[in-house]
Design a protein around this ligand. Sequence first.
Ligand code: SF4
Ligand code: SF4
Length: 347
Amino acid sequence: MDARMLDKADLATVLERLAQTRRLIAPVEDRTGAAFASVDEVAAIRLDYRNTSLSAKEIVFPQTEPLLVFRDGAAEERIPAAPGAVLFGVRPCDARSLTMLDAVFRGGETEDPYYAARRDELTVVALTCNEPGPTCFCTSVGGSPDDGSGADVLATDLDDGLLLRAITDRGEVLLGELDAGRPAEDGEIEAARDLAARAAERMENVPVPTDAAALLATFDSDLWSDLAAGCIGCGACTYACPTCHCFDITDEQKRGTGHRVRSWDACTFPPFTLHGSGHNPRPTATARLRQRVLHKFSYCPENFGEAFCVGCGRCVVHCPSGIDIRRILARLDAVLTANSEAGGPTR
Ligand code: SF4
Ligand code: SF4
């Protein structure tokens, strides 16, 4: 696959050219530090950020979107017309999260056409991490600072140049379209690998339980009330998470005309499982936080073959109660290890 070195001085011109033919989405400065936005002025793009406050999932799975409009008994679907787009400079953990959303929204027998319309038109350029953030732990959950999962091109900041490595056919097409820079040298590719390896060494190693069945066996353990202590059910962890994907569908109407709207939901919200009868099978914060953790680390490995956490650390940053998924995982791992050594019940 093609690998090219682009002089930093040429980057703005190259991106400006790209923005003329595709929608360019990239990190720009905002009040939270950096956020993804459609970019008209390439000078606004920031590549010196650790990670964005919110993930990139909204690009393919918006927080709220109309699925159809209805009027006088007739309905019309609203499949988004998504023009070709390039997501430029997303971190590898967020690029990897797209593979998990792909498995949910298009991995089964039925494809979600709203998700697919946006995803099909998206080319992903991931920016490898030279310096991990303080809450990053991608290496503990199967990722790495230069993981290419979900990306079409891997970009690495080598100070005066940007190394661009195509890793899919779609990435190859993009590099051809950019038609810029010169072929990369082996030493430059090696330098990029070294930078990622050094970043990985600086990251915390979090013990993560990998036995989905043993984890599920903790369901009735008193441990969960301890782990969930302080959770106020705000849903910040879920909304910030690149892999959380639960949604609700509501009809909003006025005099026979209206919309069917899909909106993000969160299993940490108290009404998430509230039945029409008033019964709530997850009536406590403990039951709801347990659901969030078991869904990611027990049910998803069973259903999709991997834990649905990319180690971005956003839930750690955003939780107002200081609940830290890394500490939860380490504690669960310690309990499961002790239990397996003792051969006793998971308590
Ligand atoms: S659970 Fe937390 S660390 Fe894992 S992907 Fe979601 S927000 Fe990131
Ligand atoms: S962000 Fe913290 S307090 Fe809010 S729902 Fe998640 S775990 Fe609970």
